[in-house]
Design a protein around this ligand. Structure first.
Ligand code: TR5
Length: 125
């Protein structure tokens, strides 16, 4: 029998998904930008002076589930636009997508972390 997926994946509508609930306005978030397909809001547990999550509004569980290359391109371009808006593009910033258990993904809705406002270390932990 297949092992249950460790991520809290929700159905196609993402009814129980925390980020889908933010998109629907059921849970408050500090929104910093959005367009018809994408949203960007501040992380509640920031790991840098600027820490924003950029997500597709439609539920996609992870990068491994993202079949729409157009949407992925839009996500990256939107992350860069948000970084410019937040005035961290000149000093530099880091974009991170954690995927699955070993990747450290804790919320089962695809998101790009945009981190800036301090120098980042490498390699990541
Ligand atoms: O670990 P991964 O890469 O999946 O990143 C998930 C991120 O979502 C973490 O950095 C969390 O701090 C962040 N997070 C979790 C919740 C949340 C959030 N950011 C904004 N608003 C949030 N709400 C309302 N609820 C969360 N559970």
């Amino acid at each position: 029998m297949a092992k249950p997926n460790p991520l809290p994946r929700s159905g196609p509508g993402g009814e129980a998904c925390i980020f889908c609930r933010i998109v629907r306005g059921e849970i408050p978030a500090q929104m910093v930008g959005h367009n018809p397909d994408l949203a960007a809001f501040r992380d509640t547990n920031p790991q840098a002076p600027t820490h924003i999550l950029v997500i597709p509004k439609k539920h996609v569980a992870s990068l491994d589930d993202a079949m729409d290359s157009g949407l992925l391109g839009q996500l990256l371009a939107f992350a860069a636009a948000i970084a410019r808006q937040e005035k961290i593009s000149k000093s530099g910033y880091r974009t991170v997508i954690n995927t699955g258990k070993d990747g450290g993904q804790s919320v089962g809705h695809l998101h790009i972390h945009v981190l800036g406002g301090r120098a980042m270390a490498w390699p990541p932990g």
